[in-house]
Design a protein around this ligand. Structure first.
Ligand SMILES: [Zn+2]
Length: 253
């Protein structure tokens, strides 16, 4: 299975518009972070987790020519607002499968009302094949996905386990019984916003403590703010099996 980090930045991305913070001004390509999303590919299957404002750019940068579906973690804007840009895939492939919690589906219907229109729908609008998911494992292609509940302050968010790989973003707290679902995972991705504590995100210390608890062979950090620091500096501070993800990084599991 190949995982591509399409975006590794927090909601505003890095650089932030108009910011003169040194990290925002950095020339290191690893300090330029689009909004979080990953591409998951195996056999002939291609799935995307989340579809934020940089979706179009991410698909172009990685030459993605078809997608089998989109899995949504939650309905915050930085995770859903690129959905209209599934149109090129829809024109070629037909209805695009999306997997989301009931609450997220409701939010999509509100934000993209024209996509769900049944009377006089504009012909250029995309169509979706919406699949409601709950805490039960579900199948994408020939693979079983295990949803993992995390809390983003008080909001329920889904992390996903794809066999030996798990992807968790926008977590601040995770119940023990949910952590148990990650047992034995070889590669874990988890959010680490910055060094200072935050109301709804793991900071670096919390992310590292969580990784230690899950004990994967390797872990990657994502959903990073410019406040975490320069990629090259943060990397040096991490345990040997923990890496700071960066945009377009590809790993094979
Ligand atoms: Zn987010």
């Amino acid at each position: 299975m190949d995982i591509t980090f399409l975006g590794t930045g927090t909601s505003q991305g890095i650089p932030i518009i108009g910011s003169d913070h040194p990290v925002c001004l950095s020339n290191d390509p690893r300090d330029k972070r689009l909004r979080v999303s990953i591409l998951v590919e195996w056999d002939n299957f291609t799935y995307v987790v989340d579809c934020g404002p940089d979706f179009r750019q991410q698909m172009l940068a990685n030459n993605v020519s078809k997608i089998d579906g989109i899995l949504f973690t939650h309905e915050h804007n930085d995770h859903i607002i690129g959905l209209d840009d599934v149109r090129p895939f829809y024109f070629k492939q037909g209805d695009i499968s999306v997997y989301a919690h009931q609450r997220v589906i409701k939010a999509l219907k509100k934000r993209f009302d024209y996509v769900f229109e049944t009377v006089n729908k504009y012909p250029g609008a995309p169509s979706l094949d919406v699949k409601e998911i709950n805490d039960n494992p579900f199948k994408i292609g020939n693979l079983e996905v295990i949803p993992v509940n995390v809390l983003h302050h008080k909001l329920q968010v889904y992390g996903f386990r794809f066999g030996d790989f798990a992807y968790i973003t926008d977590a601040k707290t995770i119940a023990e019984e949910e952590i148990a679902k990650l047992k034995g995972v070889k590669v874990l991705t988890v959010n680490a916003l910055r060094k200072e504590p935050h109301l709804s995100h793991f900071n670096l210390e919390e992310a590292l403590a969580f990784i230690k608890k899950v004990n994967p062979e390797k872990a990657y950090l994502t959903h990073v703010s410019h406040l975490l620091g320069f990629h090259k500096d943060v990397e040096k501070e991490l345990p040997t099996n923990v890496f700071l993800a960066y945009d377009n990084l590809k790993i094979t599991i």
